[in-house]
Design a protein around this ligand. Structure first.
Ligand code: G3H
Ligand code: 13P
Ligand code: ZN
Length: 333
């Protein structure tokens, strides 16, 4: 048993309370490798932003859980070395799909876990979430749950249809499970294809796809039912056109990729939405930078020469999200 407190990590409780009060959101960035982690920590340290390092089940399998734990501990030390005196870093399990996986993460030094039982019938979602909460809270590990189902298909996280969260269920769900935060479905989805072209309109000037707005009426109704309760938005990448264009220019093929417009995320961040999940944008930045090097320097075979530029572009992206979208800069001085 390793306590996250020994690793210098924090849970989400205080962080979320402050974010709701302050009208900003905490970035939750997924990581699978060293370059992503370095970029996240550099961006967070430089902007003094609290940050959630997210590890999916797939990432855990890819990177090895022991290595990940030491990487998170290393991240805290690295942040200090960069001059961030009191780093506020959470190590969070993203989309935990079983009690056993959540327990293993709690036992292994994670400070926060998500149990995603949103695909199960309501009562089963409650029972499994409560089981995880009862275990995690013994160790002061915070728990994110999900109610409502996101659309989209992405690797191990998938669901065919979108079912918005039902505001009339949230009080019963939060009370009976004891969860610390609630991920909701209001029209976001995972991956780089959040809407089909048919669901979008076209900007007559640029010809680009304009996605439909998020269901802010559903968010408002949820906040009315659960005043001050921490709300989480998954699937919140914006799929920046510049990265998509770069990927396509340098031999990639991402036709009609579309994400959530940043102004909608800015609006959400000012509400009780206090955790915003971003993974795909980082994947796009990484891929765009690597493709550019491969296309321009076909003789290059030193991974540092293409992972380095990828890391720089991701750092720029993370800083932009922190400062211009979530508003979490300067909140962890
Ligand atoms: O929400 C899903 C995250 O983007 C993680 O994706 O399961 O492919 O690691 P992954
Ligand atoms: P994106 O695919 O929009 O980046 O969402 C990531 C996410 O929700 C991780 O849990
Ligand atoms: Zn997610």
């Amino acid at each position: 048993m390793v306590s996250y407190k020994e690793l210098g990590l924090v849970n989400t409780r205080e962080m979320f309370a402050k974010a709701i009060k302050g009208g900003y959101a905490i970035p939750a960035f997924n990581f699978n490798n060293m370059e992503q982690l370095q970029a996240i920590i550099k961006a967070s340290a430089e902007t003094k932003s609290p940050v959630i390092l997210q590890v999916s089940k797939g990432a855990r399998n890819y990177a090895n859980q022991t290595l990940l734990r030491y990487m998170a501990q290393g991240a805290v030390e690295y942040a200090k070395e960069l001059g961030w005196e009191h780093p506020q870093i959470v190590l969070h399990l993203d989309h935990g799909d079983s009690f056993e996986l959540c327990k293993s993460c709690v036992d292994f030094g994670f400070s926060s876990v998500m149990i995603d039982a949103s695909h199960l019938p309501y009562e089963e979602n409650i029972a499994l979430t409560k089981k995880v909460v009862d275990y995690a809270h013994q160790y002061d590990v915070t728990v994110e749950a999900e109610l409502g189902v996101l659309a989209g298909v992405e690797d191990e996280v998938s669901s065919a249809v979108s079912h918005y969260t039902k505001p009339e269920e949230v009080v019963d769900f939060a009370t009976r499970t004891g969860c610390d935060s609630l991920a909701i479905s209001i029209g976001t989805s995972h991956g780089a294809y959040k809407f089909t072209p048919e669901q979008c309109t076209r900007d007559p000037k640029t010809g680009k796809l304009v996605p439909p707005p998020l269901a802010f009426d559903v968010l408002d109704a949820i906040m009315e039912q659960l005043p001050g309760f921490p709300i989480v938005l998954h699937g919140s990448s914006s799929v920046p056109q510049e990265y998509v264009d770069m990927i396509n220019q340098y031999g990639g093929k991402l036709p009609d990729a579309v994400g959530i417009p940043e102004e909608q995320l800015r609006k959400a961040a000012k509400s009780a939405v206090c955790k915003i999940n971003i993974d795909s944008d980082s994947r796009l930045a990484f891929t765009a930078a690597v493709r550019k090097v491969f296309a321009e320097k076909p003789g290059e075979f030193d991974p540092r020469k293409y992972c380095g530029p990828a890391r720089d572009l991701m750092e720029e992206l993370y800083k932009h999200k922190i400062i211009n979208v979530l508003g979490s800069n300067g909140k962890a001085e």
